[in-house]
Ligand binder design. Structure first.
Ligand code: GDP
Ligand code: IMO
Ligand code: MG
Length: 436
C-alpha cells in the first residue's frame, strides 16, 4: 500500500481536520506528521464540535489507529487537555492512539522562550501562537531537545533541569519578566507542575518506533493517511519567511515526519479554501481590508481555532495555489467553505502578479514587496444557498463554473466541495479510496 497525504495549500485553517475525519472510514491508520499544538483542527458531527491540536483527526473512529509521528512536537499539558475533552464525550484515545518515541517535547521553558523572542521583535513579531513551536524545533535542530522516548530514561529529570536552566538564562538575557508572564493562565512554576503531571499521564500511553510501525502497516496491506498541520505558505522553506512556522508542512515533511520513503507516497490531497485567510503577521497580497473582507470573516466564522484571533480574509490566490500544488505534488484538490461565498454578487480570483508592468504567474520571492500588485479575474457569484444532497450537477451554474475555472487554472480535479463545517456538508464527487 501507499501512504496518502492530506495537507493545507494556503496559510493553514483550510479545513484539514474536517477532511481527515471524512476520509478516516476509508483508511486503517491516521498519522500526524509535523507541527504541534499551534494547530487547531475542527471536526463537527452529530451536533458536537471538537478542536484537536495534537491528536490526529481520525480519533473519532474507535476502530482506526491514530499515530503521532516523529515530526510532531508534543506539549503533554495541552495533549491531556485534549484527552480530557474527548473523555468528556466518551471518546477514549488511550485505546487507539500511539505516540512516536522520536517526537520532541515542548517544555514549559520553550513556551517562555517563544514569548521572549516574540516580545523582543516588537512590531516585527510573527504573531506566533506562543505554544513554544519555534524554540522546540530549534532545540531539535541544535540537537539539544528532549524526546518522548527520553521520558523512560533514568536521567530524564536532570536533562530536563539542565535544558530548562539554559532556557531561563536566555530569558534573563532578554530581560523578559517571566515571573509575571502567564502560560495558559498560570505562572511558570505552577504551569511546570501541571506539565509534569501530564508527563506522568503521557508515560501511560503506548510509545512506538512509528517509522517501523507505519512501514510494517503498508507492507502488510494496511492503508495509511498522513495528516498535515498548518499550510504550505507557512512552510519553513517555502512560506512567507520569516512569517512562517518552524516545520516543513509540505509532502516532503510527511516523509521525514513519519519515516516514509518518497516512493511510498500515494495520492496527495491538497485542501484549500474557496478564498484565503491568514492569522498572525506577514504579507497577504489578496487581503481585503473592506466590507467584503469583513463579510468573509463573519460568514466563514474566521476566528482562530487555537488562539481565537480574527483571521485576515481575502480572495483566492492562484499563483500561490499553483506554487503549493507544485511543491506538494498534489494530485487531487479539495475545496472548502464554498458556502461562505454564497451571498456574493461577484467573486475575484488573483490570476497573476504585476511588477513594473510585467505579469508573472510565479509567487514572488518577497511577497511583502510594495511594488507587487495582484491581478484579478472576476467571476459571477451564485447568490443562493446550495445543498450538497443533489450532488454536483444540481449545484448552481455559477458555483460549478467557479469550480471548473479553478480546475482549469490548476490542471487538477476538485474531488470534494465542502459546504459547511459538519461531516455531512461535504459533496464528494469522486469515491474516496486509499491508494494501493
Ligand atoms: P484546519 O486547521 O485546516 O483543520 O482548519 P480549522 O479547523 O482551523 O478551520 C476551519 C474552520 O472552518 C473550522 O471552524 C471548521 O469547522 C470550519 N469549516 C470547515 N469546512 C467548512 C465549510 O465547508 N464551510 C464552513 N462554513 N465552515 C467550514
Ligand atoms: P492549522 O494546523 C493557521 C501561524 C501563526 C503565526 C505563524 C507562526 O490549524 O492549520 P507558530 O505558533 O507556529 O510559531 O506561529 O504561523 N500558524 C497557523 N495559522 N493555522 C495553523 O495551524 C497555524 N499554526 C501556526 O498564527 O502566524
Ligand atoms: Mg486550524
Amino acid at each position: 500500500m501507499k501512504v496518502d497525504v492530506i495537507l493545507g495549500l494556503q496559510w493553514g485553517d483550510e479545513g484539514k481536520g474536517k477532511i481527515v475525519d471524512v476520509f478516516t472510514p476509508h483508511y486503517d491508520v491516521i498519522a500526524r506528521f509535523q507541527g504541534g499544538p499551534n494547530a487547531g483542527h475542527t471536526i463537527e458531527f452529530d451536533g458536537k464540535k471538537f478542536v484537536l491540536h495534537t491528536i490526529p483527526s481520525g480519533i473519532f473512529h474507535a476502530d482506526k489507529q491514530n499515530v503521532i509521528g516523529n515530526g510532531v512536537i508534543i506539549d503533554p499539558y495541552i495533549l491531556f487537555k485534549e484527552v480530557d475533552t474527548l473523555h468528556a464525550a466518551n471518546i477514549k484515545p488511550e485505546n487507539n492512539l500511539l505516540v512516536s518515541r522520536r517526537a520532541h517535547l515542548i517544555l514549559p521553558s520553550h513556551r517562555l522562550l517563544d514569548a521572549t523572542y516574540e516580545a523582543s521583535k516588537g512590531l516585527e513579531k510573527i504573531g506566533s501562537t506562543l505554544k513554544g513551536i519555534g524554540p522546540t524545533y530549534t532545540d531539535k535542530y541544535s540537537r539539544s531537545g528532549l524526546r518522548v522516548g527520553n521520558l523512560c530514561d533514568s536521567g530524564f529529570n536532570s536533562c530536563y533541569s539542565s535544558l530548562k536552566e539554559r532556557h531561563l538564562e536566555i530569558v534573563h538575557q532578554y530581560h523578559f519578566d517571566y515571573k509575571n508572564y502567564l502560560i495558559d493562565g498560570l505562572p511558570f512554576d505552577e504551569y511546570e507542575e501541571v506539565w509534569l503531571d501530564a508527563v506522568k499521564r503521557l508515560k501511560e500511553y503506548t510509545f512506538i518506533d512509528s517509522e517501523y510501525f507505519l512501514n510494517d502497516c503498508i507492507n502488510s496491506g494496511q492503508s495509511v493517511l498522513a495528516e498535515g498541520a498548518q499550510g504550505t505558505l507557512l512552510d519553513i522553506d517555502f512560506g512567507s519567511f520569516p512569517f512562517v512556522t518552524s516545520s516543513n508542512t509540505i509532502t516532503a515533511g510527511a516523509c521525514a515526519g513519519l519515516g516514509i520513503a518518497p516512493n511510498k507516497i500515494g495520492t496527495v490531497y491538497g485542501v484549500f479554501k474557496a478564498y484565503c485567510t491568514r492569522v498572525g503577521g506577514g504579507p497577504f497580497p489578496t487581503e481585503l481590508h473592506d466590507s467584503t473582507g469583513e463579510h468573509l470573516r463573519k460568514a466563514g466564522n474566521e476566528f482562530g481555532s487555537t488562539t481565537g484571533r480574527p483571521r485576515r480574509c481575502g480572495w483566492l490566490d492562484l499563483p500561490a495555489l499553483n506554487y503549493a500544488i507544485m511543491l506538494n505534488g498534489v494530485n487531487r484538490l479539495i475545496m472548502m467553505k464554498a458556502d461562505v461565498l454564497n451571498d456574493l454578487e461577484e467573486i475575484q480570483v488573483c490570476t497573476s502578479y504585476e511588477k513594473e508592468g510585467c505579469l508573472s504567474s510565479h509567487l514572488p520571492f518577497n511577497l511583502a514587496d510594495k511594488g507587487i500588485q495582484p491581478v484579478y479575474h472576476s467571476l459571477p457569484g451564485w447568490n443562493s444557498e446550495p445543498d450538497v444532497a443533489g450532488g454536483f450537477d444540481a449545484l448552481p451554474k455559477n458555483l460549478k463554473e467557479y469550480t471548473s475555472y479553478i480546475e482549469t487554472a490548476t490542471g487538477l480535479p476538485v474531488d470534494i466541495i465542502s459546504m459547511g463545517p459538519d461531516r455531512t456538508q461535504t459533496l464528494v464527487r469522486e469515491e474516496i479510496k486509499a491508494s494501493v
